[in-house]
Design a protein around this ligand. Sequence first.
Ligand code: FES
Ligand code: FES
Length: 163
Amino acid sequence: MKKNPHTVTFTINGELKTFLTEPDEKLLALLRREGYQGAKYGCGQGTCGSCTVLMDGRAVYSCLLYAMQAEGREIRTIESIGTHDQPSEFQQELIAGGAVQCGYCIPGMIMSATALMENETTFDDETVREYMDGNLCRCTGYEKIWTALRRVLDRQEAAGKKK
Ligand code: FES
Ligand code: FES
């Protein structure tokens, strides 16, 4: 493929895989080249969040990481969240609330929300903002996305309190 190939091995959406890469290849570029195209290239500079994936459960900008930095890690992309026929709870709320316009930001939003839901048990507005403020949307004005997420989080909080 290229001039100075290396390999990198990591778990991607639950499967251990080895990929050819180069020392200067970004993780986002590798993922998209290998068919994980839900993560999007927006700014390429760590400001828009459209490239967000999870690394060991933490939301990261895959445009900033080198592919080699994923060695031994667990990477999850939007392809691991819901399906066309069985969307996740947040995906269902986004659809029901008409919260998606061009959709470019949505995979990254969903990955940040996934990190939030998996890492926290209470979802006060400040915590939600901490997780979500690295994801920009140029279309929606955020309100419908926020409402969709809030519906899911409120249900999860209520279910947690019942336990
Ligand atoms: S493309 Fe990675 S933060 Fe914008
Ligand atoms: S829906 Fe277009 S960027 Fe968010």
